[in-house]
Design a protein around this ligand. Sequence first.
Ligand SMILES: Cc1cc2nc3c(=O)[nH]c(=O)nc-3n(C[C@H](O)[C@H](O)[C@H](O)COP(=O)(O)OP(=O)(O)OC[C@H]3O[C@@H](n4cnc5c(N)ncnc54)[C@H](O)[C@@H]3O)c2cc1C
Length: 506
Amino acid sequence: MFNRDGFTTSIWQSTSEPYQSLHTGTLKKEFDIIIAGGGITGISTGLLLQKAGMRCLLIEARNIGFGTTGGTTAHLNTLLDTPYSTIKKNFGEDNARLVASAAVEAINLIRKNIREYAIACNFVEADAYLFAQNESQDKELQQIADSTNVAGVPMEFVEKIPIPAEFTTAARVHGQAKFNPIRYLYAIAGEFEKAGGIILQHTRVTAVEETAPLNVSTGTDAFTCRYLIYATHIPPGVNLLHLRCMPYRSYAMAVRLSNNNYPEDLCYDMYDPYYYYRSQVIDGENYLIAGGKDHKTGHEENTEKCFEHLESHIRKYFQVAEITNRWSSQYFELVDGLPYIGQLPGSTSGIYVATGFGGNGMIYSNVAALTLSRILTGQDTDYQKLFDPGRIKPIAGFTNFVQHNADVVKQFLGKLLPAEKLEVLSGIAAEEGRLVKYEHHKLAVFKDAQHNIHMVHPVCTHLKCDVQWNVAERSWDCPCHGARYDVDGKVITGPAGRDLEKVNIE
Ligand SMILES: Cc1cc2nc3c(=O)[nH]c(=O)nc-3n(C[C@H](O)[C@H](O)[C@H](O)COP(=O)(O)OP(=O)(O)OC[C@H]3O[C@@H](n4cnc5c(N)ncnc54)[C@H](O)[C@@H]3O)c2cc1C
């Protein structure tokens, strides 16, 4: 099993071993391009650039697939979460069409890679069904169908849907797909390496000097490159994009059905947040994968309850024989409906970013790969302007990698808090995390199964919001910009670059 940024185990984790990089021996120090992040965005982009003759180094803080790519549900859609009507309203009709054609091109890139490299990832072409269950959803569905058709993605009303749910109206789109994202990711990572690209796992990009060439530091090593791409899901440091991308947590389950009634196609209801269903064959076994119950990160007191709701929802429609996996993961919702792909706002040199994919990151990661590879190899692309992160203007004071972390007050460092004064600790159950007050300070406390106390200062090192306990994933999550820490305060996911301050007790 490979590691992921959560305590729960996704279906992809329990069916795949860790990726083994080919690279051994000493490493060159100069590259054309350095990519931070070994999820689907980083690897897809690296493969195109390496194949185009660029010398690429891909640096992954943990292991390939550690981030949201290891916790996705891997629907491949041209029917996007942001309705084309919203895209049309915000960016115009021509751009809504351009987004649709970008989504088609992204799925085609995946199809092409699977064909060219003979990737066994259970890729299956499928239709997507969106179904309404009341009058207001009927109206909304009609609007979505109209705008989807105008954008160039044919959507037709149908009488039947592939799951046993009651509905009032339903519509279908052809040309969607599903696959095993980790089998695909590992295969293209292998092709990237075979083409001469280098993958360094368990290495974090910690700082960048905006010189020419760029100096990229990993704490233990330093490299130079012409261009750096943050394929880190959300860029590290402090950037205007953090104010435009809102962190959300989403829940998924893989179940075996007693009646083998697995839907071949992709299905979505129209609630907000919506539930979705599909099936996936892995190593000869069929699974139903269902998801939903999304909420803003840090805004749900008991994240275990989200699994309970999801499970009872699945049982309404399906005969569940066994729940094999339940997991949750984080994504970033977009403020204006489109992702940010291009030069990092506030950066004057060759730093690029791909972020804000919402629930369509399988598609937008490939749109990013196409866009960035074209920009960095000097080709024109209409996508550059459409997805330009510079469509938002940097405000004074926001620069890349601002060293603001230095001023986080060192309140507890080196101090030993007397255990007997922390009476509240006795009230915390094993495996429980809680924010508690000590004198005038807040502390984030977790008691493990052996009753050892893990205590950290709960102020996020990114922009100083208070972290919240995520019981399902055993992590401290920042509701503001999505940074996450383990029970000892170690960074699990950015944008924070520094651990929470640890508090010791006698
Ligand atoms: C529950 C759930 C279901 C989803 N389902 C779908 C779906 O059905 N279809 C769809 O299209 N999208 C879906 N999405 C969205 C999609 O999964 C994500 O958008 C996509 O996986 C993001 O990929 P990524 O490569 O950009 O980021 P990630 O997969 O998060 O990869 C980023 C990597 O960067 C590394 N990293 C971070 N900081 C550094 C650093 N400083 N140095 C080096 N490495 C670093 C991390 O360790 C991580 O491995 C879903 C999301 C969720 C949460």
